[in-house]
Ligand binder design. Sequence first.
Ligand code: SF4
Ligand code: FES
Length: 360
Amino acid sequence: MSRVPPPLALMAELTHRCPLQCPYCSNPLEMLKAGQERDTAFWLGLIDEAAALGVLQIHFSGGEPTLRADLPRLIAHASVAGLYANLITSAVLLDEAKLRALANAGLGHVQISLQGADPENADRIGNYKGGHNKKLAIARLVPELDMSLTINAVVHRQNLHELPEMIDLALSLGADRLEIAHVQYHGWALRNRAALMPTRAQFEAANTLVEARRAELGARMRIDYVVPDYYADAPKTCMGGWGQKLLNVAPDGRVLPCHAAETIPGLVFDRAGEKPLREIWETGAAFETFRGTAWMQEPCASCALKEQDWGGCRCQALAITGNAAATDPVCALSPRHAEMNAMAAMEAEAGVEDFIYRRI
Ligand code: SF4
Ligand code: FES
């Protein structure tokens, strides 16, 4: 029997191309061009390997996955292979016929990101004119086509004042679930941190609002809430623990333990197609480096919670401390925690407004 349980889900990043230019995109600063993307046969083979490995869900993501003309075929293949297919999309390139084709191919769930509730501000954040209203039109169709709808509301200093309206909007669109996620500072978001960082007052107001709306809405719409790391005291269990629940396949076929793993120097990533996916997952060097607890330093190494949060986020530890094996500075026990809180407050108060937009 295998020592490593199978992953629950596979994130298939089909492309880095995207018509939007969100300043908090989690894609790497050095994005891959269309010519570096893997072809249909590669993704079909990967889906078969994932199903054989025991993966239950596949998330088609990007960039913007609907830019790939083979998306309906990939969804149909995943569906036949027994994988639950989810599409993570900006929705601006979809129309009713395209969405219907994806539903007919077996798509079960659609996650649509909103940049805000005010069309003008939302279009400014995504740097795509008319995008907000296109998203709303597509989102409304998702439940009509018998698919589950999640609205991803990514929040930060420049749209948190719209959070009450964003919750109402998700409800009016017929969402089963609303994910309110404060920006996670990887990729382009790290570059735009000063323009995105909320103030502590905004953070506290958002917490109170979410709690109240959750109590009010109950089962009508589930609200998941990702707090802003820089103001939290306990780290999130990033990726469900490194190499434990999820794997990420980049557009060029590299298999990553998380979407930001390539920021960590020295990690070696295997390519799907060159080695069996099972071997990459179970024994690949990048997965083994931070799997479990053997790599931990103090205070994590002797902490009672080390098998609950698995030491937090490796990419964040690297970004803040310069050491990917350090305790995530979100943790109140990290020697860098107070410094991280102070930096957040200072950046939020500085009031930078201009974004560096994501561009290939
Ligand atoms: Fe988690 Fe490490 Fe903090 Fe303990 S010391 S709570 S394991 S991050
Ligand atoms: Fe890489 Fe958290 S984003 S471990």
